[in-house]
Design a protein around this ligand. Structure first.
Ligand code: PDD
Length: 287
């Protein structure tokens, strides 16, 4: 697969794409991002991703440098340049380059960068057996609903999970489960799918929303509610969602089996619905 990127108005090979060192993304992590999966050359839930981008930009007071139609056109072109099929598109907007000063620069132009990588399917082994997770205190800032590129706390938390031979950290803030280091968290208790309410302490995941939408369409009991680590520890099933890893089941939490220690029946049902939705997208039956 060729590797073309988009940088500030033009398409070019990734090796030729450079950003000035004084870019506020590099200096301050002053920017926002999106990750959009692509199946069969089609951008998955594009409108939802662009709406969340607008929300993140509004929250950090950065004017959207392009219209919805311009984003859609450029993203689709990049996907085509990189050979369609299954891709993971990364886009980032920073406040541009300017002399280092915490105050917003008056005349900097935002930096727009878009790249794409092959989207690897989740390993069959992980789907069959589920993954391990550990719980950690949520040490991130208080604006986790902004998809900000300042991800140092998330990186530290994810690495702690990897060091404990787990795939994800499930975060707890003031006794309440929020989300994973880079995924949303859902549980199943007494057959009901539950996930924390949206709010400042978690990213409003596009995949999470789709899973709730599929639950509603197919009559699966679900609710948004607060729950703590004890409820999490007793859950029949624990799921993690994200654009790149889709929907995986956690089968070990803090070293103990979750439910029967195997991906559960409700996960299996939802996973099938999710794959069905993807196929409908590839066939052009849904947006
Ligand atoms: N991360 N929560 C956090 C903190 C995340 O970083 C992500 C996704 C999610 C899931 O959101 P979505 O379903 O819209 O992908 C939840 C992306 C994939 C990343 O940083 O690579």
């Amino acid at each position: 697969m060729s590797n073309t990127v988009f940088l500030n108005g033009g398409f070019l090979p990734q090796e030729q794409a450079f950003v000035p060192v004084m870019d506020r993304g590099f200096i301050f992590g002053d920017g926002v991002y999106e990750v959009i999966p692509v199946y069969g050359g089609r951008l998955f839930r594009l409108d939802e991703h662009l709406q969340r981008l607008q929300h993140s930009l509004d929250c950090v007071r950065l004017a959207n440098p392009m219209t919805h139609a311009e984003w859609a056109d450029i993203l689709q072109r990049l996907v085509r340049e990189n050979g369609d099929g299954e891709q993971s598109v990364y886009l980032q907007v920073t406040r541009g380059h300017a002399p280092r000063d915490h105050a917003f620069p008056l005349d900097a132009k935002p930096t727009i960068f878009i790249s794409s990588a092959p989207l690897k399917p989740v390993a069959t082994e992980l789907l069959k057996n589920g993954v391990a997770a550990i719980t950690l205190e949520d040490i991130r800032w208080k604006y986790c609903h902004i998809k900000a590129i300042a991800l140092l706390p998330n990186i530290l938390l994810r690495q702690q999970a990897i060091d404990a031979e787990a795939q994800e950290a499930i975060l707890i803030r003031d006794g309440v489960v929020t989300e994973g280091a880079a995924r949303n968290v859902l549980i199943v208790t007494e057959g009901v799918i539950k996930t924390p309410h949206k709010g400042p302490f978690l990213l409003p995941g596009i995949t999470r929303d789709l899973v709730l939408e599929l639950a509603a369409t197919h009559g699966l009991a679900h609710e948004e509610c607060r729950f703590g680590p004890e409820t999490l520890a007793r859950a029949e099933e624990i799921w993690l969602t994200s654009s790149t890893r889709e929907l995986v089941s956690v089968t070990r939490l803090d070293g103990k089996p979750v439910g029967g220690g195997r991906p559960g029946a409700v996960w299996q049902q939802m996973y099938t619905l999710y794959q069905g939705y993807k196929q409908a997208l590839i066939a052009g039956a849904v947006e």
